[in-house]
Design a protein around this ligand. Sequence first.
Ligand code: FPP
Length: 244
Amino acid sequence: MAQDREEHGQYPPLDRVPQHVGIIMDGNGRWARERGLPRAAGHRAGTENLRVVLRAAVEFGVPVLTIYAFSTENWGRPEGEVSALLAILERVLDRELAELHAEGVQLRHVGHLERIPSRLQEKVLYAVDLTQDNDQLILNVAFDYGGRTELVDAVRRIIKDGIPADQVDEDTISRYVYTAGLPDPDLIIRTSGEMRVSNFLIWQGAYAELYVTSTYWPDFDKQAFYEALGDYGQRDRRFGLVSR
Ligand code: FPP
């Protein structure tokens, strides 16, 4: 593969490109600990790495990316770490929004907003509004996101909308989850080795291919992303059917 790259001066085209990739960006804490740094430094390094993977997603033709930045369970982390993650989100919005916008990234938020400081809520809504017509990459930022909460929210809204029980089917639920209108993830990548889904896109990811690598998120570079996409291209997706 490296030799191909040298010959072509770029990454060879992929056989099959997933239309939506979810990423569980795990391992920031361990990355920091191995360097004798505070956990927040790992999150900052992970944020730097996001830039690399976003650019790679555009280059490789992935149209939708969902990143798991902060789960509903993450509120239980030490206060200093929660503050650091909120501060990172704010800094990304303050310092990176113009560039993301110029690069054609459409930012969306999936999850709850009301538990984050109101100033930050406004910045998120502003970013979503500003970038809504961009078409290079849809970036869903899952922040205060939990898959079970998402399903509870969907059921509540279905009931509120007065949809009769016998008319609720899988399409109905898909129309009421936060990612309504987007394709389900074809591929979910988890860095740092843990073999679990951790409440991420549990409805949408029912048939997603899982790719787990031991690499910590801050080290998951363009080459690593390309390898994950290449691995996906080799998978035999059956959706409960038999191989062709
Ligand atoms: C998991 O690693 C990672 C997180 C809980 C946060 C991920 C967040 C970022 C990369 C930055 C956020 C980006 C935006 C846009 C807000 P961990 O801390 O659980 O790692 P560990 O398992 O090694 O401790």
